[in-house]
Design a protein around this ligand. Structure first.
Ligand code: URA
Length: 202
């Protein structure tokens, strides 16, 4: 049997039917990034653009995430970026496809792929972006507000951190509050950058 790699697992995941979401999504959106990444970021699920392009975080949430990563001094191409759920879940509304949050069953079924990504990469730090990723990594619901921005222990010996989902920043209506929320997000990513720099130096 040939050795498992991120590429071989991604190829396997293309045919995933572990939950019903594959039926309406365009394709599986697997993670991307180097196998020796020190940090893995886990989002919720692909959005409309990600579903069409087949890559994680390339739509509006991805743009704000990229900006925040750059401000925190984390090169995107040195991190591995993936999602807790690898198919887009949506409700059709005319020509639009409205995001629907994955449920606990879908999150748990998709953990199979996340586990394999994490086992191959063995990152120093795994970052949950938002409640779905936190639920997946912690194995239970975890309040973001009370736990964000500090190093935590996830089950399975994973060192991690939780923060908000970048798309939540796009939904803050008041510009000042949005600016504050963004700065807090960059602050959390600063903790990630510090922990990763410490791990790299060790
Ligand atoms: N939101 C996510 O959680 N993941 C993506 O890849 C894009 C948007």
């Amino acid at each position: 049997m040939s050795k498992e790699t991120l590429q071989s697992v991604a190829a396997e995941a293309r045919g995933c039917e572990r939950c019903p979401l594959y039926k309406s999504a365009t394709q599986t959106v697997f993670g991307e990034g180097p196998a020796d990444a020190l940090v893995v970021f886990v989002g919720e699920q692909p959005g409309d653009q990600e579903d069409l392009q087949g890559r994680p975080f390339v739509g509006p949430a991805g743009r704000i995430f990229d900006k925040a990563l750059a401000e925190a001094g984390i090169p995107r191409d040195r991190a591995y970026i993936t999602n807790a759920v690898k198919h887009f879940k949506f409700a059709p509304r005319g020509k639009r496809r409205l995001h629907k949050s994955p449920n606990a069953f879908e999150i748990d079924r998709c953990r199979w792929w996340l586990d394999r990504e994490l086992a191959l990469i063995r990152p120093r730090l795994t970052v949950a972006l938002g409640a779905t990723a936190a639920r997946s990594l912690a194995g239970r619901p975890l309040a973001i507000g009370r736990n964000r921005g500090r190093i935590l222990a996830f089950p399975g010996g994973l060192q991690g951190l939780v923060t908000v989902h970048p798309s939540s920043l796009l939904r803050v209506p008041d510009p000042e509050a949005r600016h504050r929320a963004y700065a807090e997000f960059v602050g959390d990513l600063g903790v990630v950058a510090g922990a990763v720099a410490g791990a790299a130096a060790a």
